[in-house]
Write a protein that binds this ligand. Structure first.
Ligand SMILES: [Zn+2]
Length: 135
């Protein structure tokens, strides 16, 4: 049963574009059948469906079978330092996407990748920020 939504960042610099095509290519290069995340949120706020929800995603070791992976474009400052680089458009789009997913999967809680593994990703406290997120 899907009971977890995991937020990620693409770990790319906020000053450069990282397209869904590049993401797809990079994940395939790592040996994935296709992009590991279910959704990718561009800096513009555009939400791109990557891996269909019917398929098991590949984004958080040990949690893929019961989770949905959402990644936002960015997560590194212009100097390459981990940072919350979400644009206002991304913040709004992520919130709307989470609300929609929570409607479809009411058993879910939201967390960040860093709550599951020793990582900076997604460079902000997603568990805290979205603790009270309701559909
Ligand atoms: Zn991550």
């Amino acid at each position: 049963m899907i009971n977890l939504i995991v937020l990620h960042c693409s770990a790319t610099r906020s000053v450069s574009e990282y397209t869904p095509e590049q993401l797809e290519r990079d994940h395939r290069a790592r040996g994935f059948s296709r992009a590991g995340y279910n959704y990718y949120v561009r800096r513009s706020g555009r939400v791109v469906a990557m891996r269909p929800l019917e398929m098991i995603p590949a984004h958080a070791t040990g949690y893929n079978r019961n989770s949905i992976g959402v990644c936002y474009e960015g997560g590194l400052s212009g100097d390459g330092v981990p940072a919350d680089t979400r644009t206002p458009e991304q913040r709004e789009a992520i919130l709307r996407l989470l609300q929609e997913l929570l409607r479809r999967f009411p058993a879910c809680r939201v967390c960040g990748h860093r709550d599951l593994a020793v990582r900076a990703c997604p460079c902000f406290d997603a568990g805290k920020e979205y603790a009270n997120c309701k559909p």
